[in-house]
Design a protein around this ligand. Structure first.
Ligand SMILES: Nc1ncnc2c1ncn2[C@@H]1O[C@H](COP(=O)(O)OP(=O)(O)OP(=O)(O)O)[C@@H](O)[C@H]1O
Length: 196
C-alpha cells in the first residue's frame, strides 16, 4: 500500500500547487485522478513516484525504494522519457528482461528492438514504455494521460492489458481528463481542484 499524507509542493518562486493532498493506493486497485488543466495532477504523480520531493507531508510505502523503484511514472509523451540515441531493445532491457508472455500480451514486437524511438509510432513507443516500466518489483504505476494521444483501439488494448495487471495486484493511478475512460477503468476517482 502507498499512503501519502498532507503532501505540499510548489515549484521554485511559485506558490504551492499541491497543498495538503492525502491519498492511498492499494494493490489491485485502479484509482482515477482528474481535475482542470494546471491543477497539479502530473506534479502529484511525480511526487508519488519520488521524481519530486514534497516540501512537507509524507509518502509511506510497503515496499523498499532501493533498486528498481516500485512506483513507476509513465509520461503522456513517451518520446520524452527515452534516450533518443538508444535502440528499443536497449531501452527495454536497461530496466529488466521482460518475459515473452508479457512482451506479447502488450503487443511489443521483437522487430522493433533494432529501431530507434523515432522509427516506431507513438502508440508503439507507449507500449514499449509500459513494458519497460513493468519489472517484477513494480507495484504502482502512475499512468499520466498515457493513452490521451492514441487511437481508440490502441487505447482499449493498452487499458485491457493494464486492467488485467491490476487484477493480478498492480496498483494504478490513472491521470486523465477523460471521465468516460476513468468511469470504465477506475474503482474510485479523486478530483483535484486548482488553488487560487
Ligand atoms: N518544472 C516546472 N517548473 C515550474 N512550474 C511548473 C513545472 N511543471 C509544472 N509547472 C506548473 O505547475 C502547475 C501544475 O502543472 P501540472 O503539470 O502538475 O498540472 P496538470 O494538472 O497535470 O495539468 P494538465 O492537465 O494540463 O496536464 C502548472 O501551472 C504548471 O505550469
Amino acid at each position: 500500500m502507498l499512503e501519502a499524507k498532507c503532501l505540499t509542493f510548489g515549484y521554485p518562486r511559485q506558490p504551492a500547487i499541491v497543498d495538503g493532498v492525502s491519498l492511498t493506493l492499494r494493490p489491485g486497485e485502479i484509482t482515477g485522478l482528474t481535475g482542470p488543466s494546471g491543477c497539479g495532477k502530473s506534479t502529484l504523480g511525480r511526487l508519488l513516484a519520488g521524481v519530486l520531493k514534497p516540501q512537507s507531508g509524507s509518502i509511506q510505502l510497503a515496499e523498499p525504494r532501493g533498486g528498481v523503484n516500485p512506483v513507476q511514472y509513465l509520461h503522456q509523451s513517451p518520446i520524452f522519457a527515452v534516450n533518443p540515441r538508444w535502440r528499443i531493445g536497449r531501452i527495454i532491457e536497461e530496466a529488466w528482461a521482460p518475459d515473452e508472455a508479457t512482451r506479447e500480451a502488450l503487443g511489443v514486437s521483437r522487430d522493433w528492438y533494432n529501431r530507434f524511438p523515432h522509427e516506431i509510432s507513438g502508440g508503439e513507443l507507449q507500449r514499449v514504455a509500459i513494458l519497460r516500466a513493468l519489472a517484477p518489483e513494480v507495484r504502482y504505476l502512475i499512468a499520466d494521460e498515457i493513452t490521451a494521444m492514441l487511437d481508440p483501439i490502441t487505447q482499449a488494448d493498452i487499458w485491457s492489458f493494464l486492467m488485467q495487471r491490476s487484477c493480478e495486484g498492480l496498483s494504478i493511478l490513472a491521470i486523465s481528463h477523460d471521465r468516460h475512460l476513468l468511469q470504465r477503468i477506475a474503482s474510485k476517482e479523486i478530483t483535484l481542484t486548482r488553488l487560487e
